[in-house]
Unconditional design. Structure first.
Length: 487
């Protein structure tokens, strides 16, 4: 089934209702607000058989695998009118919405809606429903190679989410603040599963006021793929109950919301599959993140670490402490030619079995098999990994083949002229497959993007890309785009 058929049969009517209601609400109560409307055209070609890595990575599923394409899009964004009133008091209530429609021609014709949502804000909290572009984890969100757990690599899925868009201060001085959220999503029919669900929650705390020279942030996010039905797994009583992974969803949800409850109150084996009762209900994973920010006189330094987990014991035993995303960003406040440098190192070879080369007996031979699960196969949506784009799997059968790897990444951003900016991205990776299936392949991927702003409404962009190595085919690509703000 192509993506357009998926939307037409399942979500398009609902999203149309969302946007229709938002138009009515805004027409009645916020007539003075004007949405930002953009249109754009883009074309790309490459020398290989597929799209270069840096065009399809972190692209929210918008670009095809085919080497040549043309596409056009329309983007409408209505943000909140203002978070504050004239007396600087926070407004208690506001509405917004967004939608993007994209038509694409490559080896097939596709109509995609990467975004279609309506959002409601009450004081510091926001509730939204629909599809929305997001990422999770502490990192340089603009120039990172990809957040470990949720990098914007796949098409956004339909969700309902309540969260704090910004950090909320505790106390009048605001020296301690928090950011938190809870969401529920729908995978639909995807891979070997159908009708399975997404659960997300996170809590981050920050020490330091927003304008403080030193800020320390630490937190955790918890992601769960759960429920659903599988004909393939139906025959295996250990993995499902008559093909269902959560035949009593409200009963199972308590173990999703409170994952440690399973250690104290074992699940009823007549209500959950034996596989889930012995390990965890659904595919539960996430990351623990830490960042340190320092504001100097002319520079801003951000140091961060994303620590993955698949088994909780790997966290408290520190078995996979060397795994994860390690990053450093330096921003130059008055920089022109060079405004931002981001360097990252990612490592996932340990997986709790080895710690700095030493075998860890405390895992009893089990490993944090990142992004792979015995029932749900891979941490993916619409055939795209939800997390870092560097972990790969084998297409439709969803069995991963590369989650043990390490890479070094460098990004530079600056101005060549007042209206001409550049972004240079380079990454070199060594890929070792999995513990059960080893490979030894190296890869370099580079990208140079030039953006020129003409007047107040037009933005032109050219991106040059290259793949060289043994993981992907040799490839050189070019993408040209034009965007105009209509309103």
């Amino acid at each position: 089934m192509d993506i357009w058929s998926y939307y037409a049969k399942n979500r398009l009517a609902l999203l149309g209702v969302f946007l229709g209601l938002s138009a009515v609400v805004f027409g009645q109560h916020q007539k003075s607000l004007k949405p930002a409307i953009y249109m754009g055209l883009e074309a790309g070609l490459s020398s290989g058989d597929s799209t270069p890595f840096w065009l399809r990575a972190k692209d929210y599923g918008q670009y095809p695998d085919a080497p040549h394409f043309v596409q056009a899009y329309l983007d409408i964004q209505q943000d909140y009118d203002s978070l504050f009133q004239k007396n600087s008091a926070l407004k208690p209530f506001s509405l917004g919405y967004g939608a993007q429609a994209l038509i694409q021609q490559s080896d097939q014709t596709r109509l995609i809606m990467p975004e279609a949502f309506i959002k409601l804000r009450y004081k510091h909290w926001e509730l939204y429903g629909g599809r929305r572009k997001e990422m999770f984890g502490l990192a340089d969100t603009t120039h990172t190679s990809g957040s470990y757990i949720w990098s914007g690599n796949a098409l956004p899925m339909p969700k309902i989410q309540i969260h704090t868009p910004n950090y909320v201060a505790l106390g009048k001085k605001g020296r301690i603040s928090f950011n938190a959220g809870l969401s529920h999503g729908w995978f639909g029919k995807d891979s070997v599963m159908q009708g399975h669900l997404l659960h997300q929650k996170w809590l981050y705390g920050r020490i330091g006021q927003p304008n403080a020279k030193v800020q320390i942030t630490v937190g955790i996010n918890h992601q769960v793929m759960w429920g659903g039905y599988s004909e393939i797994l139906e025959a295996g009583e250990k993995y499902t109950l008559d093909g269902k992974l959560a035949p009593y969803p409200l009963y199972s949800y308590q173990y999703i919301l409170l994952p440690f409850l399973q250690k104290f109150v074992p699940p009823d084996q007549t209500k959950v599959p034996g596989y889930d009762g012995g390990l965890a209900i659904g595919n539960q994973l996430g990351s623990v993140d830490l960042s340190f920010l320092f504001k100097g006189e002319n520079t801003v330094w951000l140091l961060y670490k994303q620590q993955p987990y698949d088994f909780a014991r790997s966290l408290y035993n520190l078995n996979n402490i060397e795994d994860g995303l390690h990053g450093l960003r330096v921003s130059f406040i008055n920089g022109q030619l060079l405004q931002n440098i981001t360097g990252e190192f990612f490592y996932s070879k340990s997986q709790g079995r080895y710690r700095f080369g030493k075998l860890q007996d405390s895992n009893y031979g089990e490993i944090d098999n990142y992004f792979f699960h015995g029932q749900y196969q891979s941490w993916s949506y619409q055939n795209q990994i939800l997390g870092t784009p560097f972990i790969l799997f084998e297409g439709q059968n969803q069995r991963r083949f590369n989650n043990r790897l390490k890479y070094c990444y460098l990004s530079l951003k600056g101005n060549l002229k007042p209206k001409l900016t550049y972004v240079l991205k380079q990454v070199y990776s060594q890929n070792f497959g999995t513990y059960s299936r080893s490979i030894d392949l190296s890869q370099y991927s580079g990208s140079l993007q030039l953006r020129y702003k003409s007047g107040a409404s037009n933005l032109f962009s050219a991106q040059f890309m290259m793949d060289s190595g043994t993981l992907y085919d040799q490839n050189i690509g070019l993408s040209l785009s034009w965007q105009r703000r209509l309103y």
